[in-house]
Design a protein around this ligand. Sequence first.
Ligand SMILES: [Zn+2]
Length: 428
Amino acid sequence: MKISPERMRRAFGFIPTASFADGVCHLIGGFGNCGVVETDEGLVIFDITNKALGPKIFRDLREVTDKPVRYIIYSHGHFDHCFGFAPFIKEIKEKGWDMPEVIAHENCVKRFEKYRMLDKYHIWLNQQQFASLKSPLEVSAHETLDPTIIIRGNEEYTFKFGGFAFEIYSEWGETDDALWLWLPEKKVIFAGDLMVSHFPNVGNPYKVQRYPKHWALAMERMMEKNAEYLAPGHGELIEGKEKVKEVLSITAEAMNFVHDEVVKRLNEGKWFEQIFHEMVEIFPDKLRNSPYLLPMYGCYEFAIHAVYRLYHGWYDTGNPTDLFPAKSADIAKEFLKVADGAQFLEQAKKTVEQGKLQLALHLLDVILNGTESENALLLETLKLKSKVLKQKADIETSFIATNIINNGALALKPKIKDLKNKLKSQNP
Ligand SMILES: [Zn+2]
């Protein structure tokens, strides 16, 4: 089931501003949501989106209130949550207001340092992960609005402001620097990316380790609050006690399921391939069909990787052949001595006709990895691989997976063009 572009846009945060909890709270959509608590003494802001959309959320905020920003809380240190600060700071300076307190977890500060160290790498990998977005994301952490109040370990931090209590909790989940905000008087949770109303982004193929079991525990702690409103990090506000409970509980159930079932299989002495394919087989319909767990960004399959990787080393096949493997080009050349490229291509075509697209890719890669000079064969192979990738992308729902597949197809284009030119000059 392909997810509609409109649903994707809303899920990413392109939503109209919602005012709720007697008009005290607002949720403003940017690439990441900006949560606002409006008090008589000023505003508490929960996340300020990315650099490009900072001006957008600032304009939208100023349409609903002109009060000064007194606190900014970072749900976590990702680029879509704490880099849109420039217009806020500009206004504070122009009006001569006091600078706000900025609250973040200690691991958020470490994250900013890591981003600076891996600057070029992060630009490169985010360009791949978000390749289908029209405007490239700015992911530099050289300019940050640094926290003035730092929460350490699993500390809770509470403060009173403008007649309201603010309770901030530390968690691990999508990241190890996650904070969520509970506003007891209004029964509101601002969840950051611990809640995105689709399958949690755990096991992202490009990113560092994430934490499914901790994620489930965070959902369970949120459930204890019996909240009336749940403001997610991306996508629309979730309203009503029953619905809030439902979405938290199904997310916890999914995270517990994938964690506990992988752990069970690790204890049975199974290797990754067996665990992965068994897990795909046993994915319960209740989770597969939940409207709150659509595989729009991350997906169940990625989550299996996350759990395995959490507890296991990189040697994941149990086959010593894979301990010090030869180059794939050398392996392919040996295969092509047994059966030539034309035979592999013929077999790949048959598997495509049978709808076995993944197997076709493995066959085509033998030709592509092991062939250097047969231009006509290479051209036909590349064209078929490109077609198969497009077919796979058409049925894929995860934004990240679709981008990876499409990037692969795109990378074949110049090679195809080059081969066509070579063949033309050989046979003018
Ligand atoms: Zn986010």
